[in-house]
Design a protein around this ligand. Structure first.
Ligand code: PEP
Ligand code: MN
Length: 374
């Protein structure tokens, strides 16, 4: 035994066995393009072979079969050396053209994992496709009449879904905190009467069963983007989730938050709503319009924009909405109120019905200019 091993305070360097050496990996395998009838016959078998090996290594694999290209995407957890060995084994398999291994803090939400856009159906419309989807309604549910009038007005202008909060996270404990369960019951009635799907915010796990029953889309507000327990609970539902970017979060942090949900529930709509800007800005937040094309490149999930909370003022809501659609947003979530000046929350940013009509006309024109429908 070398003498240094006995010296007090010095021991050989060992790796802590509890240190998690396993990492998540995404493996993307591009299969060879078959050119002869024999190769075309063989390729199915080759894909099956790749898939079996991945699954035996504990990976979840999906096959995307295009007209002349097949791609196998898989996600799983291995020690780095094992991942290296698996990559080599796959590269040597028949029919494999190339293998790429990616280790990022998010996997399932990445474009590498799934190249086709994810479409999220809400009633009849699909978010994430060619159609621009507009969600509109008041900041907070205030009364049956306020909800009814707003739903009728936004529907008449062409909105596809209704928004209103009943559990309101407010910066001040003295501000109106929302109607709570009473508000959710009102929204449940409105959903049936108006025929519009309802988007509403969840702030705590114990609201889940009520909201799953009464709403169509569960909104996670920017303050809860980092509430991992809530995100894990949402992964156990099959309701679409509208996840808002925290004003201080990077895009990778937003995607990691989405990954928590997507591990169990693939129906996540990302929502940008402005980020912290310079002090003394004239707006509530800095409109993060650059994040629209950036996110669309990083993820297959739909990306929508909230001009109301980004601007914090009604006069900027329409120009920002049009810019967002031009930049490639899959939709908008906009605050609209019958009498914004007397709204119980966010009264400077909510649009009147007439202003919303103007917004919708602009959205239709810009959407048409970029080859999309509304
Ligand atoms: C809202 O949409 O009403 C809301 C509170 O949004 P955010 O979480 O973006 O502040
Ligand atoms: Mn609001």
């Amino acid at each position: 035994m070398p003498p240094w091993q006995n010296r007090k305070g010095i021991r050989p360097l060992t790796i802590n066995p509890r240190f998690p050496r396993k990492e998540h990996y995404v493996v993307i395998i591009i299969m060879k393009h078959p050119t002869t009838p024999q190769e075309r016959d063989d390729i199915t078998q080759h894909i099956a072979g790749v898939r079996t090996l991945l699954e035996e290594s504990g990976f979840r694999a999906t096959v995307s079969q295009g007209v002349d290209l097949a791609v196998v995407g898989a996600v799983g957890k291995l020690e780095p050396e094992q991942a290296e060995a698996l990559t080599h084994r796959i590269s040597a398999m028949s029919g494999v053209q190339s293998v790429r291994r990616v280790s990022t803090p998010y996997k399932l939400v990445s474009r590498e994992y799934r190249s086709a856009p994810t479409l999220i159906p809400i009633n009849g419309v699909k978010v994430g496709g060619n159609q621009v989807v507009v969600i509109a309604g008041p900041c907070a549910a205030e009364s049956p009449e306020q909800l009814r009038q707003t739903a009728a007005a936004v529907k008449a202008c062409g909105a596809h879904a209704f928004r209103a909060g009943a559990f309101k996270p407010r910066s001040s404990p003295y501000s109106h905190q929302g109607l709570g369960e009473v508000g959710i019951v009102l929204l449940g009635q409105l959903r049936i009467e108006s025929g519009l799907p309802v988007v509403t915010e969840i702030t705590r796990i114990d609201q889940l069963s009520l909201l799953v029953e009464k709403a169509d889309v569960l909104q996670v507000g920017m303050r809860n983007m980092d509430n991992y327990e809530l995100l894990r609970a949402l992964a156990r539902t099959s309701k679409p989730v509208l996840l808002k970017r925290n004003t201080a979060a990077s895009l990778d942090q937003l995607l990691q938050a989405a990954e928590y949900v997507v591990r169990g529930n693939g129906q996540v709509i990302l929502c940008l709503r402005g980020i912290i800007g310079l002090q003394g800005l004239e707006t509530r937040a800095q409109a993060d319009l650059d994040a629209i094309p950036l996110l669309k490149a990083k993820t297959h999930l739909p990306v929508i924009f909230d001009p109301s909370h980004a601007a914090g003022r009604a006069d900027l809501v329409t120009p920002l909405s049009l810019a967002a659609i031009a930049a490639g947003a899959d939709g908008l979530i906009v605050e609209v109120h019958p009498d914004p000046a007397n709204a119980i929350s966010d009264n400077e940013q909510q649009l009147t019905f007439a202003q919303f009509g103007v917004l919708m006309r602009g959205v239709k024109a810009v959407a048409a200019a970029v080859g999309r429908t509304v």
